[in-house]
Design a protein around this ligand. Structure first.
Ligand code: TRP
Length: 458
């Protein structure tokens, strides 16, 4: 415990690591598919507003709490509000990490399998045939052994990075992988735009179709703005705890949010230009990545290469996010229990992998875990975390600052490292209140829906 706390090596390293956490499967898989289905530019507009009000406020809040306390979530809340129940917000974060990483690791495994299929030319038999691609995908994810093998491999990569520490592991690998992701996506986007008919994909993604923008799409945009910047479980508290007082937390947060949004849009451009040029179905939703893309890549010249590059960049995005989730758990055992990094990571990385095995098996590979909430265990984990645990964690963080810690103290910490930048306390307060209110509204809507069976809105 008396060891000196690990620190980021540079400002750039910290921003890339936090952006690496933010940019994940949510950006490259979820944003394009939900924006495509829910009004294109109209959805994007709502999403931008959400992310700059709710997202920004809470990213900054998490950075401030982490840097002030130099501790991961449980210790951080305990330090700022000793002997109170606020530390439970930290425990909720650690629990969320278990829940999210268990299914995230399964999807990470699917991505690895698709890299290998693409390299080995396995997509060629799917060419132009999304039905066959769909059957291949379904039979893979519902089988028992193979998805688990890939999931274990993916989790092995996470553990490998985290064991190497903050600077030597997370920062080093983020600095390598983030630029590669941006360059590859840029290349794929240019490639898509230069295909004949590709530009139509741009108007599908960006032209506002307000008639497709339902009220439930607005709730979706809000929820997604949370997930995409990794909020509500203390990831950014943990990353902020490795910072010194010289960093400007406001500009850092703006960078993370800007890059996260830009990369999501670049992914949308890369995907939809290609989908339109090859005449595939753009409103496929979740099947877009694992079904539609494998069936259209072989139709491009050099298709195996494009497919492989795409799944490699998706793998890197998933990995830099997954490590940020595992780091929350590891940091808890280091900070609160005095464990070594290696022991904490291997032990709990292993336990999360085992929970993930059940997620994978619940999709059809032998174990029937469908009883609870009437959906497979995999979906239960996704549902609990994104609909309840993360929003509740984020809302409580905002309330904590407003009602317990106090805005004065909060502003004092935030202002360190900001030099001459002026910042109105009232503005910060209003943003936090708006964020907490909006999130409370989403949670309430969700609970109402779960009980009554219909949403209040949408
Ligand atoms: N933001 C990541 C994505 O878009 C997922 C993620 C990583 C996450 N860490 C998180 C989500 C913490 C919620 C909380 O895919």
């Amino acid at each position: 415990m008396s060891q000196k706390r690990e620190q980021w090596g540079s400002k750039l390293g910290f921003i890339l690591a936090a952006t690496g956490s933010a940019v994940g499967i949510g950006n490259i898989w979820k944003y394009p598919s939900i924006a495509g289905q829910n009004g294109g530019g109209a959805f994007t507009l709502i999403y931008l507003v959400c992310i700059f009000i709710v997202g920004l406020s809470i990213v900054v809040a998490e950075f401030v709490i982490g840097r002030k306390t130099q501790l991961s979530p449980v210790g951080a809340f305990e330090k700022l509000a000793p002997n109170s129940n606020w530390k439970w917000v930290g425990y909720l974060g650690v629990a969320s990490a278990f829940v999210i990483l268990s299914f995230y690791g399964v999807v990470g495994g699917w991505i690895l399998k698709y890299i290998i299929d693409s390299i080995s030319g396995g997509f060629s038999s799917l060419s132009g045939n999304p039905e066959v691609a769909g059957t291949v995908f379904d039979s893979f994810v519902t089988s028992s052994f193979s998805p688990i093998l890939y999931q274990v491999l993916f989790m092995g990569f996470c553990i490998f990075v985290i064991v190497q520490g903050v600077k030597g592991g997370i920062e080093k690998w983020s600095k390598i992988m983030m630029p590669i992701i941006i360059v590859l996506l840029g290349v794929l986007a240019i490639r898509g735009m230069t295909l004949e008919g590709g530009m139509e994909g741009l108007s599908f993604l960006f032209n506002p179709r307000f008639e497709d923008l339902t009220a439930s799409a607005i709730v979706l945009a809000l929820g997604h703005s949370f997930f995409t910047v990794s909020l509500g479980m203390g990831t950014m508290i943990t990353y902020g705890s490795y910072l010194d007082k010289k960093q400007n937390l406001m500009t850092s947060a703006v960078w993370v949010i800007f890059l996260d949004t830009a990369i999501a849009m670049l992914a949308g451009v890369a995907i939809f230009t290609t989908v339109f040029a090859l005449g595939a179905n753009p409103a496929e939703g979740p099947g877009l990545i694992f079904v539609i893309l494998p069936s259209i890549f072989p139709q491009l010249a050099g298709g195996a290469i494009w497919g492989t590059l795409f799944f490699i960049l998706l793998f890197m995005a998933a990995l830099t996010s997954a490590i940020s989730i595992l780091e929350v758990v590891t940091a808890y055992f280091i900070d609160q229990k005095g464990w070594s990094r290696k022991k904490a990571t291997i032990q709990f990385g292993g336990i999360i992998t085992i929970v993930g095995v059940f997620c994978s098996l619940s999709l059809g590979g032998g174990i029937n875990l469908t009883g609870f909430l009437g959906m497979p265990f995999f979906d239960v984990m996704d549902y609990l975390s994104s609909k309840y645990m993360l929003p509740i964690g984020g809302m409580l963080t905002a309330i904590f600052i407003l009602n317990k810690w106090g805005l004065k103290e909060y502003m004092n910490e935030l202002r360190q490292g900001m030099d001459n930048m002026s910042l109105s306390e009232n503005l910060i307060k209003i943003f936090l209140i708006i964020a907490a209110t909006i999130v409370a509204f989403i949670i309430f809507n969700e609970i109402y829906f779960a009980i009554v069976g219909k949403a209040l809105i949408g």
